[in-house]
Design a binder for this molecule. Structure first.
Ligand code: IPE
Ligand code: IPE
Ligand code: MG
Length: 232
């Protein structure tokens, strides 16, 4: 990266296009998901290198259960494999692992593996990798409201995020791969003023160069947050 580039503190990525990538190669969708996991490894390492503090990636939505049993099973197995295969890389790079999403529907053994890696990586970290898994933005807001009902606190825009799955700063930049211009229920509360970057590249082909392109594009944006820059 060039000098004087403003690196977003928190980047969110909708990792889309695994299926189409596989189709373009006449391979099964699961082959695309495996390639997607490899792509994620490189992006995590690169984010750590350039100083991103939080990376939230959308891996499985609350709507993705609608897919074939075969694909759902493969995605569950792949996440379990990912947890084992990335453990060393995450520890070596001081990356904290966390997951945002509902537990319902996720197997006990996967929940256990998640918890173990969260615990193991919770100390001395320099970056946080937050995996949105069995995640829906609406589900997260509903789940937050249920927690609030049990608390005595007055809820404000400032303290609401405390009740979300993980209390992280709002992402400055949201990337979606594979050319779809929609949010698909990702981080609805947190993206109020996020900048968007959409690329046609399928997720398995999204690499360090593509990430840097997104960050350069972000650097050209003029964020106004509803105010105006040319104050009189
Ligand atoms: C993204 O790739 C990964 C998941 C949603 C699990 P897709 O599986 O959505 O790939 P496309 O959009 O069908 O190409
Ligand atoms: C969003 O992609 C979810 C993930 C990337 C995990 P989808 O492929 O599920 O979204 P739609 O169906 O195109 O909106
Ligand atoms: Mg998709």
């Amino acid at each position: 990266m060039e000098k004087n580039i403003n690196i977003p503190k928190h980047i969110g990525i909708i990792m889309d296009g695994n299926g189409r990538w596989a189709k373009s190669k006449n391979r099964p969708r699961v082959f695309g998901h495996k390639a997607g996991a490899t792509a994620l490894r490189k992006i995590v390492e690169h984010c750590r290198r350039i100083g991103v503090e939080y990376l939230t990636v959308y891996a499985f939505s609350t709507e993705n259960w609608k897919r074939s049993q075969e694909e759902v099973n493969a995605l569950m197995t792949l996440f379990k494999t990912y947890i084992n295969s990335e453990r060393k890389m995450l520890l070596d790079n001081n990356v904290r692992f966390m997951v945002s999403g509902r537990k319902e529907g996720v197997s006990e053994s996967l929940l256990k593996a998640i918890e173990k890696l969260q615990e193991e990586t919770s100390k001395d970290y320099k970056m946080t990798l937050n995996i949105a898994f069995n995640y829906g933005g609406r589900a997260e807001i509903i789940d937050a409201i249920k927690k609030i009902k049990d608390s005595q606190e007055e809820v404000t825009e400032e303290n609401f995020s405390k009740y979300l799955y993980n209390d992280l700063p709002d992402p400055e930049l949201i990337i979606r791969t594979s050319g779809e211009f929609r949010i698909s229920n990702f981080l609805l509360w947190q993206i109020a003023y996020s900048e968007f970057y959409i690329t046609d590249t399928y997720w398995p082909d999204f690499d360090e160069k593509e990430l840097e392109k997104a960050i350069y594009s972000y650097n050209k944006r003029e964020r106004r947050f509803g105010g105006r820059l040319d104050a009189e």
